[in-house]
Design a protein around this ligand. Structure first.
Ligand code: GTP
Length: 378
């Protein structure tokens, strides 16, 4: 035989032995694995693992997102904000307290009181009403002590601010659709800030929220809104700068329905040059959203420091959309809480929220008794 055949045969033998050993080893490994599985079965994905007797069942790990803010709970927020409204810093409060501390209630004292109320944006109508009622009651009921005067003043102030108005916010889903909250107002009043703060209020109450940046007029507004959302783990639906606000609002609500959120809050632009433009745009935003889900709350944001201007804006917005609630911002900087009464009378819509600072949690539900008591606090 040719020696080349010896070499070929030797190579084949070596190869066959190698394959045999390999298969054997693999089979042994498979066998070991199978045995191990029989002794300790691998759980199906998502299946619950029975704890060993005596062993504590493992707690499902909370998804912890690093760097998220923890918004202040509504209760302590209210107390803090009440404290901020109280006392001598507030013109309305000062006027009320000066009446209570007057030695005698002569014409001059009543005139001064009336002037202070008007200058604190209470408006001429409500001021005259209040002063007339107080004068009559003080006389008829023979007020002879500051305590009695305070009691009457408190009662009349409560009536003026109207505790009977429904101030609840329709921002929690009640059916299959999410609640939709449209936030409108002139630029600079604090709309974007309010949307951000409101998202925090909802997150603190464990609601699932989505934001819609329909202020496409100013790119920085969407940026600002997204930053507010990111701080509490809430997503923002945005569009390109200058894109149609109605389509961004629609996309946000569409995504909200898809994700099953409790509330979609839509921020809108306020910087429109003509009233007609404003009407067209806001009307369209609302109509387009409602192809997807009803708008459950329309909040008009008014800057308390703008006084009569705020009222003029309120009138314009009332013509455009059905405002269901007012957010009065910057009450901390105005010292003129009287605007609450005027704006409610003007629109026939309750003040539902008040902003009392630039801080992330400086927004609180408006509480009539808390407000009046804060004004009368010394
Ligand atoms: N002191 C105080 N400042 C506030 C309050 N709410 C908002 N601001 C400030 O007001 C300024 C304007 O707020 P934005 O939220 O940007 O106002 P906007 O209405 O969205 O303005 P545009 O996006 O231009 O339409 C910001 O500096 C806020 O920090 C408040 O309750 N108190």
């Amino acid at each position: 035989m040719d020696p080349i055949w010896y070499i070929v045969i030797a190579v084949i033998v070596v190869a066959l032995v190698g394959v045999g050993v390999g298969v054997g080893l693999r089979q042994r490994a498979l066998e070991q694995k199978r045995r191990a599985e029989i002794e300790e079965p691998t759980p199906e994905p998502g299946a619950e693992v029975e704890p060993e007797p005596g062993e504590e069942p493992a707690e499902p790990a909370e998804p912890v997102e690093p760097g998220l803010d923890e918004p202040e709970p509504p209760k302590s927020r209210l107390q803090r904000l009440r404290a901020r409204l109280a006392g001598q810093n507030n013109a309305l409060s000062r006027g009320l307290l000066s009446l209570l501390s007057a030695d005698k209630l002569d014409e001059d004292t009543w005139d001064d009181f009336e002037a202070t109320l008007i200058s604190s944006d209470l408006g001429v109508g409500p001021t005259t009403e209040l002063v007339d009622t107080l004068r009559t009651r003080f006389k008829v009921e023979g007020v002879d002590s500051p305590e009695k005067a305070r009691e009457i003043l408190r009662e009349e102030l409560l009536k003026l601010v109207d505790p009977t108005l429904d101030r609840s916010l329709n921002i929690r889903s009640e059916g299959d659709d999410p609640a939709v909250c449209l936030v409108v107002g002139v630029n600079g009043t604090g709309k974007t800030t309010t949307v951000g703060k409101l998202a925090r209020v909802l997150v603190a109450e464990d609601a699932k929220v989505l934001l819609g940046a329909a202020d496409t007029f100013r790119a920085a507004a969407a940026e600002q809104l997204q930053t507010w959302g990111e701080r509490v783990g809430v997503d923002t639906v945005r569009g390109a700068e200058g894109s149609d606000p109605a389509s961004v609002a629609f996309n946000a609500v569409d995504a909200g329905v898809e994700q099953g959120v409790d509330c979609v809050i839509v921020d809108t632009a306020g910087r429109l040059h003509t009233k007609t433009g404003l009407m067209d745009e806001l009307g369209k935003v609302k109509r387009v959203i409602e192809k997807k889900a009803p708008v459950t709350e329309v909040l008009l944001v008014i800057d308390a420091t703008t006084g009569q201007n705020g009222l003029i804006q309120a009138r314009i917005f009332r013509e455009v959309v059905d405002v269901t609630g007012i957010v009065l911002t910057k009450l901390d900087g105005s010292a003129k809480g009287g605007i609450i009464v005027q704006v409610q009378r003007e629109l026939g819509v309750p003040v539902k929220l008040v902003g009392l600072g630039e801080g992330a949690d400086d927004l609180a539900p408006f509480d009539v008794e808390g407000f009046v008591d804060a004004l009368l606090e010394e």
